[in-house]
Design a protein around this ligand. Structure first.
Ligand code: ACM
Ligand code: ZN
Length: 509
């Protein structure tokens, strides 16, 4: 850490002439006004915060060890002079917004929610990363996010990511004001969450066949509860995904009766098995729905998120075409093809989730078949079908944009680099921004990924994502972002031990 602090002083001496200070705030705030004077962090500087903001204040204080070399005392009493004051005020209207006021006498962060306060503190942290010995220029910042969903998906099915690794990514993402971690918990290559009612899902479904020398694993329900609390303290919503009806052979290996033909597939690794498995959940047997609803009951209890992702992508229909139960369901409901059956299947799950006050999210294929209710959230991933977004947004659907063209962080940097995601504009011409819930990057882990390797795929692209998700287009500027990103990369590498990829688009020492 000392190495980082020394580095910081050198960098700031070179670049940090305070008159021309280039503020390293990622994502760029909505409004910044520079004032006369400066605030100096002194050993006696405290954080004054009501008890309800204690967690946010303590997290900030802890991080100050890496930035100014010491923690800052948190207290609920005291006057503002020389201190950082956190205050909830309903006058700040945007739910995740905040106002930051830095003057020579004090720093004030006001927001109407804990989330806003958390983000105000992240902005102070960013300013300090390139301050000179804890000196901040006086300024006012009024800030709030462009999109309410600012996410990263982690595929913990193909490569199981231990709890501490997920926590580490929650820390790293949330400091850039990303607020959703979508956990892809199940796929053909593994079922990664304990379901008490159906224990074989993890007893069988979390393990690779012994032929494949690969680690499995799963999260117990206690671990999920711990993760939810951890994420909440950092204003991160965990959105669980259970893949249905396809990408489900780990579930079917555990309970073969879930499939049309009672088959028990082998749990392969991605590279050594078929990339898309034919075994999918039967949409005709009532017992399938009983089990799906049982799983969803436990999921809804565990995750406070109003959204539950049910997958829906890449479901081959060969088994449904042969299955008497599926074919009977189609006949009974006057359906003309298996796409309509999938749509009905998804609608029924959506209806169940609605009865539990949850909203269904699905990959964009769920619109095919035309039977949805309209309140489902579509996660648009098929970059070759982007014009569909326009159509569906115009018909009233809400969308989260995660296209393969800009948001697939498992792709190599020569396909998608930091500039690609930075320049991405999700709102399609002629559509209304209010239907865009937000933007998300997807990290698929088909090939076995070490922590070292995952870091490299995510960073520095996450910095570009953060600005695309938070900042208004008119506030984005690559030439301002680039040096800010370079400073953040130094911090990520030296203080947070992140293995940042050397993207040609950003120079850093
Ligand atoms: C996906 O990449 N199949 C959602
Ligand atoms: Zn069937």
């Amino acid at each position: 850490m000392k190495r980082f602090l020394l580095f910081l002083v050198i960098i700031c001496c070179i670049a940090g002439n305070s008159k021309s200070q280039n503020f390293s705030i990622i994502p760029q705030p909505q409004k910044v006004g520079i004032l006369e004077g400066e605030f100096v962090f002194k050993p006696e500087t405290k954080i004054i915060a009501p008890l309800s903001l204690n967690t946010a204040a303590e997290l900030f204080s802890e991080e100050m060890k890496d930035i100014i070399g010491r923690k800052i005392t948190v207290t609920s009493k005291g006057n503002s002079s020389g201190n950082i004051v956190l205050r909830i005020e309903k006058t700040v209207s945007k739910p995740e917004g905040y106002e930051l006021n830095i003057s020579s006498g004090s720093i004030r962060v006001t927001a109407s929610t804990g989330a806003g306060i958390f983000y105000g503190l992240q902005t102070i942290k960013q300013l300090l990363i390139c301050s000179e010995n804890g000196v901040l220029k006086a300024m006012t910042i009024t800030d709030s996010p462009r999109f309410e969903w600012r996410g990263v998906m982690l595929d913990v099915s193909r490569t199981f990511m231990p709890l501490n690794l997920v926590k580490r990514y929650i820390d790293l993402f949330s400091q850039y004001k990303l607020n959703v971690v979508h956990l892809h918990l199940t796929d053909d290559q593994g079922w990664r969450i304990e379901i008490k009612k159906y224990p074989l899902l993890t007893e069988i479904g979390s393990k690779f066949d012994p032929e494949f020398n690969r680690m499995g694993g799963y999260y117990s329900q206690d671990e999920i509860r711990e993760l939810v609390i951890y994420a909440k303290a950092r204003n991160v919503m965990l959105v669980p995904e259970i893949e249905l009806p396809g990408h489900a052979s780990a579930a079917i290996a555990s309970y073969p009766e879930l499939s049309c033909e009672n088959v028990r597939p082998v749990i392969h690794t991605f590279l050594e098995g078929k990339s898309i498995h034919e075994e999918i959940f039967c949409a005709g047997k009532e017992s399938t729905y009983v089990m799906i609803f049982g799983i969803l009951d436990e999921l809804c209890e565990l995750f406070p998120s109003p959204y539950i992702h049910i997958g829906g992508d890449e479901a081959p229909k060969a088994m449904w075409k042969r299955c008497p139960y599926c074919q009977k369901t189609m006949k009974d409901n006057n359906l003309s093809n298996e796409e309509e059956l999938q749509s009905l299947f998804v609608k029924r799950i959506g209806d169940y989730l609605r009865s539990k006050n949850k909203t269904l999210v699905g990959w964009d294929e769920i619109i095919e078949g035309g039977k949805l209710s309209g309140d489902e959230v579509l996660m648009f991933w098929r970059g070759w079908k982007l014009s569909e977004v326009e159509k569906e947004v115009k018909s009233g659907f809400r969308v989260v944009c995660t296209p393969t063209t800009h948001c697939y962080f498992d792709y190599p940097y020569d396909k998608i680099n930091t500039r690609t995601i930075y320049d991405y504009e999700p709102v399609r011409p002629g559509t209304s921004e209010k239907n865009y819930l937000g933007v998300q990057a997807n990290f698929w882990s088909h090939i076995d990924r070490s922590e070292h390797n995952i870091d490299k795929q995510l960073f520095p692209r996450v910095l570009g994502l953060a600005e695309t998700a938070w900042s208004k287009p008119e506030n984005k500027n690559w030439d301002r972002f680039k040096p800010a990103a370079a400073k953040n990369i130094i911090y990520l590498k030296k203080a947070q031990n992140v293995n940042v990829f050397r993207d040609n688009f950003i120079e850093f020492p």
